[in-house]
Design a protein around this ligand. Sequence first.
Ligand code: CMP
Length: 143
Amino acid sequence: MNVERTLSIIKPDGIEKDLIGEIFRRFEGAKLRIVAAKMLKLSQEQANQFYFVHREKSFYADLVSYMTSGPVMVQVLEGEGAIEKNRLIMGATDPAEADPGTIRSDFAESIERNIVHGSDGPLTAAEEIRFFFSEEDICLRRP
Ligand code: CMP
């Protein structure tokens, strides 16, 4: 399997619930290495742009408002099959449908307040990583 990078965000509800350490532990336990990370508060413009693909959906305004409601933790994860592996660890977008033991099943309250975001494929991963990090921000780690 190829070594990939993917973008992960711990959303405002994950920060509010003090889940950064628990979520990082799950990534590391699954051999997803954190190669860049920062905490920030998204501006309205950044959130609009990040979720541009959903701009026509009924939930777009609420999603942007929620994502700007508090700080988020953004990280690049690296590992074999990182994109799919991260999606498995997160669980389904709607926590009601997420498998037991996944982050969303264990901690999320609703489809909107669903604790984490993860890139859904190689193209979006590359775009989303570039959205938050330059190549110099990403640390090379030993295999
Ligand atoms: P995320 O992985 O960040 O990508 C888009 C987000 O939109 C998604 O997680 C959910 O939080 C949110 N979302 C997706 N579908 C719905 C929906 N039907 N109602 C409300 N929010 C949604």
